[in-house]
Design a protein around this ligand. Structure first.
Ligand code: ZN
Length: 241
C-alpha cells in the first residue's frame, strides 16, 4: 500500500491542491492527514472539504481544536490567535463540531500510528525536537512507524541503542524497527524551503519519501492579505519560515 501523508495544511488551498495532484501522480492508495487543517490561511472551509473528499484518516491538530473552541488560545502568539478567531467565523456549526470531534491518535493495525504532536501527551501538543522527546514517543509506539507533524520541519528519528535522526529525502523504515517521521507542512513550511512538503510511505518497500511540491505561493499570499488576516502570515510563506 502507498500512503500519501500530509500535515499542517493551515487553510492554504493552493498548496493542498498541488499536494493532492502530486499524490495522484505518485499512485497513492490511501490518504492520511496529521492535523492543523485550518488556521493561518484564507481557505479553511475549502481545505476541510478537500481533506474529506479524499477520505483521509485524520487526527486533530492544536489549531483545529483551537478553532473549535476546545483549546485555550491564551498561549498562542498574537497572529495565531487572530487567525483562530478569524477562522472560527468562516466555519459553520457542523464544521466546527467536526473539528472538535477529531481524535488525537489513530492507528492502522500493525502498519502505522498517527498523532499531531507526541504520543506521550497528545493533548498537550508538545514538539518532538530532541532525541529524548523522540525516545518518549518511541517507547509507546507498537507499530513500526509513527507519523507526526506540528513543527513544520521534516525529520525522522530511529530507535536504536541511542535515538538517531535523518533529514534525508528518502529513508528506509524497516518493519522490525521503530521510526518516527515528521512529514513537514503542506501550507506553511518552516525549514526555509517554501515549497509544500508531504510524504509517501510504501509499507511493502519499507520506505518513506519526503516530497517537495511547487505551488502558487503568490496567490495564497494575496488571499491572506485581502481577507483581513495579519499580512505577516502571507509574507512568511515566501521564505518558508
Ligand atoms: Zn501547524
Amino acid at each position: 500500500m502507498r500512503y500519501g501523508i500530509y500535515s499542517d495544511i493551515h487553510a492554504n488551498l493552493e498548496a493542498l491542491q498541488a499536494v493532492f495532484d502530486r499524490f495522484e501522480k505518485e499512485n497513492v492508495d490511501e490518504y492520511i492527514c496529521l492535523g492543523d487543517i485550518v488556521g493561518y490561511g484564507a481557505n479553511p472551509r475549502e481545505c476541510l472539504q478537500l481533506v474529506l473528499e479524499h477520505k483521509s484518516l485524520i487526527v486533530a491538530g492544536n489549531h483545529d481544536y483551537a478553532v473549535a473552541g476546545k483549546l485555550n488560545i491564551d498561549f498562542f502568539n498574537p497572529y495565531a490567535k487572530e487567525a483562530v478567531l478569524w477562522t472560527r467565523k468562516q466555519l459553520n456549526e457542523q464544521e466546527l463540531q467536526y473539528l472538535a470531534n477529531l481524535d488525537l491518535i489513530q492507528k492502522v493495525e500493525n502498519v502505522l500510528t498517527i498523532v499531531h504532536g507526541t504520543m506521550n501527551f497528545p493533548e498537550m501538543f508538545d514538539y518532538i525536537q530532541t532525541s529524548y522527546d523522540a525516545h518518549l514517543t518511541l517507547e509507546l509506539l507498537d507499530t513500526p512507524v509513527c507519523f507526526l507533524g506540528h513543527s513544520h520541519v521534516p525529520v525522522a528519528f530511529f530507535q536504536g541503542p541511542t535515538v538517531s535522526f535523518s533529514m534525508d529525502e528518502e529513508f528506509a523504515v524497516p518493519k522490525d524497527g521503530k521510526t518516527l517521521v515528521n512529514v513537514g507542512s503542506v501550507g506553511q513550511p518552516r525549514d526555509e524551503n517554501p515549497q509544500a512538503c508531504c510524504a509517501i510511505y510504501d509499507d511493502e518497500a519499507e520506505k518513506v519519501s519526503i516530497l517537495r511540491v511547487e505551488y502558487d505561493i503568490e496567490a495564497a499570499i494575496k488571499k491572506i492579505t485581502t481577507s483581513g488576516l495579519p499580512e505577516i502570515l502571507g509574507e512568511r510563506l515566501r521564505y518558508g519560515r
